[in-house]
Design a protein around this ligand. Structure first.
Ligand code: MLT
Length: 409
């Protein structure tokens, strides 16, 4: 029989969200009348804006005519979309990104999970703790770690604890990493980083030959004008960083699938002889070998995000979810919970009362209020005693969830 990749056996339990799904299903089967409110996984609930729907229809109609039909598209994405991204998401903020440094894809989860493939199998990895589990699990699968301990920490990874004491911001590691995963606005803590804080990381990466893998999937939720939206707003970042972005949360694309990754041409890694190698060309090689691009109608639909009407509509979506964030934050505070995030980010990170363990709080909330959230410890050992609520729910459900919590949790 074929031998499997043993690294998969090192993975701790299931991936966090399917594990939550399993527990919720069991609860639902045992309590068929329960009116569950799901604020766990950050999945959007508002329908796609009408300008995007019209563009999707147009893209589909083009596929029905021989004259406009499209077969395989460019693996990197259509130029019309790459140009819009470069101009609107970067150029408008004074940031230089060329359209051919933008790689359109089907998700920031896929890209942030796949990127590690183009680096050495013994690359040293640094992650925040708590952390979006994809960064860790994909490196475990690739064999860059040892086994996991009973708190969920893998041998061989550099963990950067993000605690209340340090404002939930990672501190520079003492051991030198090759790859540093960063996420701002942060999933799960909702923390943002200032220009000065990010500059420290860019300088550190330069000095130590590290690469920053910067996940900016939630940048659209930043309201503070002083907070950078892109790592490339920081001087020198083009030589040390890759950035991941997504249309999932900002435009309601979790089920439609479109995202992109920016790999600047200045960014190099080293080969075995110590010669510089372009990361852009390696990622291009990887994508054109393993990926056939996002479907044409979806890219046409995504382009509508950048139309004046699309911009107005997605602003409405962002405001809707951030109003939910306010309701959750203030409602929890009124109930005596200490909360973090939820201001420039759609996630609220709450501290459980009396040091209750995260999974115990999960069960408590499920049983007492039929509200589903995400246990902080599922994001890493340093998340123990915390809990994440997502602002992506339906407003009425969010209000009802807070009412239930205020009544008895
Ligand atoms: C989350 O809940 O953390 C997100 O939905 C994960 C994701 O975007 O993959």
């Amino acid at each position: 029989m074929a031998r499997i990749n043993d690294n998969y056996l090192k993975l701790a339990a299931g991936y966090l969200f399917p594990e939550i799904g399993r527990r919720v299903r069991e609860f639902g089967e045992a309590n068929p009348d329960a009116q569950l409110i799901r604020l766990g996984i950050g999945d959007v609930t508002r329908p796609l804006p009408s300008s995007i729907i019209s563009a999707l229809h147009k893209g589909v109609d083009e596929m029905a005519e021989a004259s406009s039909f499209k077969g395989y598209g460019p693996e990197q994405g259509y130029a019309f979309l790459r140009e819009l991204v470069a101009e609107h998401d970067f150029g408008s903020r004074g940031v230089k990104v060329d359209p051919d440094e933008v790689f359109i894809s089907d998700g920031a989860k896929c890209d942030s999970g796949n990127i590690q493939e183009i680096f050495s199998s013994d690359a040293k990895i640094a992650v925040a703790d708590p952390v979006y589990p994809v960064y860790v699990d994909t490196n475990v699968m690739a064999g860059r770690t040892g086994t996991v301990d009973d708190q969920g920490r893998y041998q061989g990874l550099i963990y950067m604890p993000c605690l209340e004491e340090n404002g939930f911001l990672p501190e520079l590691p003492t051991e030198k990493p090759d790859l540093i995963y960063m996420c701002f606005p942060n999933n799960p803590t909702g923390t943002v980083a200032t220009k000065e804080q990010l500059k420290t990381w860019v300088d550190y990466a330069k000095e130590n030959g590290s690469i920053l893998l910067f996940d900016a999937a939630y940048e659209a939720f930043i309201s503070d004008p002083e907070i950078p939206h892109s790592i490339f707003e920081i001087e020198g970042a083009r030589e040390v960083a890759i950035e991941f972005r997504s249309f999932s949360k900002v435009a309601g694309f979790t089920g439609t699938r479109c995202a992109y990754t920016v790999v600047p041409k200045e960014l190099n890694g080293l080969d075995a002889q110590g010669n510089p190698v372009s990361i852009h060309s390696l990622w291009n090689r990887r994508q054109s070998t393993k990926f056939n691009g996002v479907s044409y109608p979806v890219q046409v639909g995504t382009a509508a995000v950048y139309s004046p009407e699309g911009q107005k509509e997605i602003r409405g979506l962002i405001d809707y979810y951030m109003e939910n964030a306010r309701i959750i934050r203030e409602g929890l505070n009124e109930s005596g919970y200490e909360t973090f995030g939820g201001v420039n980010a759609p996630y609220i990170w709450l501290k459980t009362k009396d040091g209750m363990a995260s999974w115990d709080f999960f069960d408590h909330l499920l049983n007492k209020a039929q509200v589903v959230g995400t246990p902080g410890s599922g994001f890493g050992a340093a998340g123990e005693g915390y809990f994440r609520l997502s602002a992506f729910g339906d407003k009425e459900n969010v209000e009802e969830a807070i009412r239930r919590i205020q009544q008895g949790v």
